[in-house]
Every structure is written in structure tokens, then in C-alpha cells.
Design a protein. Structure first.
Length: 319
């Protein structure tokens, strides 16, 4: 029988479009409803691909990169911890390999979380967390660097944006010193037409010129040969870190922001150095990348027993 005063049915809201996250064969991929995507290998927790909604790749990955865990991945965003470059023999990291062990250790996927912007019916970002601790290292590495640590690395994919954040915890009874850096290979169309703004008046160590220290005079840094510099840009009012702007042929392509990472390494190996790298293909690929590497590497960060440190960076694509 038809009821006279039948209550109105509750309107069913359309289901919210969700990010898709898939972990298969130790490779994690995440895609937003917008079409933005990221790929992360558990080996090194290395981001190997970041595409914006138009399908355009934002990172450079060597076609000869070893993706089988036999050596660090050439390209994407390798992680540097706890030492940058060749370890000083007199330091506690002195027995470790160049750039430390984070980029060639197997990490654990800890899970994901999403966020929704007000007024939108889709998730605007997805945060992926990865973990590495001292107990996950092989015995030889633990002996070379015998500290009890925990790392949580978060990769957040947003609309046209990728954020990377590292949380370092000292779980032991002894203090330790470390360096950390995000070794980011940005994809560019032509290095000859690429420039970086935001480094003027910054002191830098030039590894191409015998690690001498200079001050950047150019308002826009351009490239005409091998470049390997560690900049420590001056902070702005309120001790904030000035964003860096990458331009291509005069047009903005990337904005790089940093949090608690005072240094920026700028690197392009140029023709001769790249030719000598067995895992770098194509050999003219030096024209198609620029490493902008936020980090804290010009000095050591000391972490007392039980303390934690956090720092991060973000890359926004303007393409």
C-alpha cells in the first residue's frame, strides 16, 4: 500500500573520486583523479616519475638506470643520508659509501593518507609514507654506522606539485651527526635555455673549481658547461628560505621551496662527464636535465638521543 506521507528518500551524494594507489613488485604508483601521478621504488624510496595532469613527465630518469636494486637509481629523486658526497675519513660516516645508504637500501611502505579541498568532491592530494630504520640495514652497514635511527620519508602528490619531507629520529642513547639531501633531477627541454633565479648574493662552493667559495653575482644563473655547486642562499625577512624559480626559454617551469633545508646543490655533468657514466643514457641526456637538490649539507646536523629533525621541499610545475 502506498503511504500518504512517505518520507522523502535521502539524497545519495556521488561517490568522491579517490586517488588510486598500487604497490606491485616493490614499485608503488599513485594517481590523482586529476591525472597527476607519481612512481616510487621501495629500493631507495626513489621517486622515478612525476607526471602532471597533462601527462607530461617532470623528472629526468636515465634510460640505463638500474631498477633491479643492484645500484642506486640514476635519475628521479634519490635520497642522500647520512652523508653527502664522499664521506670525510675523520668523521663517523667515514666508512660509508658516497652519499650514504638511504638511496640503496630497501624501504618499507608505511601507508597513505589523502586530503580534500573545501568545496571539491575529489581528493586533491595523496601522501605516501616510507620507513627505514637501523634494524633494516645489513650487519656490515650497521657496523660502519652503529647508530639507532628511524627515518620516515613522505612523498605528497598534489595538483601540479610534489612535496618531499624527511623525518629523522635518534632512537639510541648516543648523539649522531648527519646530512640529508633530495637529489632531484628536473626534466628540462634544453639546458642551454634553462636558468635559475633566487641565488643572487648566495655564497657557494664550486666543486668544478677546486671547492673554492664564491658569491653568486647573477640574478639569473644560466648554464654553458659543467656545473657542480653547493649554494647556501641568504634567508629573507623572518628567516624564511627564498623560493627558487627555474625558467626555460624565459618562461617559468618550476618553483622550488624549502623548509629547514638551507643548502641547494645545482648540478649538470655536461657532455664529457656524462659520457663516462655507464648508467646514463642517452649520452646527450645532459641537455635534458638540471639537478636542483635541496638539503642540509654544508655542515652537520647533530641529533641528541631521543630527538628528532624534520625538513622538506616542494616542486611546483608551471608547465
Amino acid at each position: 500500500m502506498e503511504r500518504k506521507h512517505k518520507p522523502a528518500s535521502i539524497p545519495v551524494s556521488p561517490s568522491m573520486a579517490q586517488p588510486v594507489v598500487d604497490l606491485s613488485d616493490n614499485v608503488l604508483t599513485a594517481r590523482l583523479p586529476s591525472g597527476d601521478s607519481v612512481t616510487v621504488y621501495l629500493y631507495g624510496a626513489t621517486v622515478t616519475s612525476w607526471k602532471t595532469s597533462n601527462g607530461q613527465e617532470q623528472l629526468f630518469l636515465s634510460k640505463a638506470a638500474a631498477l633491479d636494486g643492484s645500484k642506486p637509481i640514476r635519475g628521479g629523486i634519490p635520497l642522500v643520508f647520512p652523508v653527502f658526497g664522499p664521506p670525510p675519513k675523520s668523521h663517523a660516516t667515514g666508512q660509508l659509501p658516497q652519499h650514504g645508504f638511504a638511496r640503496n637500501s630497501h624501504w618499507e611502505f608505511l601507508g597513505k593518507s589523502t586530503s580534500e579541498s573545501l568545496g571539491r568532491k575529489t581528493d586533491d592530494s595523496v601522501k605516501l609514507d616510507f620507513g627505514l630504520s637501523s634494524s633494516m640495514l645489513d650487519e656490515a652497514l650497521q657496523n660502519k654506522w652503529p647508530y639507532d635511527f628511524g627515518l620516515v620519508y613522505s612523498v605528497t602528490l598534489g595538483r601540479g606539485k610534489l612535496e618531499c619531507q624527511m623525518h629523522v629520529q635518534n632512537k639510541g642513547d648516543e648523539p649522531f651527526e648527519f646530512q640529508v639531501l633530495f637529489h632531484t633531477y628536473l626534466a628540462v627541454k634544453d639546458i642551454h635555455k634553462t636558468a635559475v633565479k633566487g641565488l643572487q648574493s648566495s655564497p657557494y662552493v664550486d666543486k668544478v673549481r677546486s671547492a673554492q667559495t664564491f658569491t653568486e653575482e647573477a640574478s639569473s644563473l644560466s648554464f654553458s658547461g659543467e656545473t657542480d655547486r653547493v649554494y647556501t642562499p641568504p634567508t629573507a625577512e623572518g628567516n624564511t628560505l627564498v623560493p627558487l624559480l627555474v625558467t626555460e626559454d624565459g618562461a617559468e617551469s618550476f618553483v622550488v621551496t624549502r623548509d629547514a633545508l638551507p643548502d641547494v646543490t645545482v648540478w649538470n655533468g655536461w657532455e664529457d662527464k656524462i659520457k663516462a657514466m655507464g648508467d646514463f643514457e642517452p649520452k646527450d641526456g645532459w641537455k635534458s636535465y638540471l639537478c636542483i637538490e635541496p638539503g642540509t649539507v654544508s655542515s652537520w646536523t647533530k641529533l641528541e638521543a631521543g630527538d628528532a629533525w624534520e625538513g622538506g621541499c616542494a616542486f611546483e610545475s608551471k608547465l
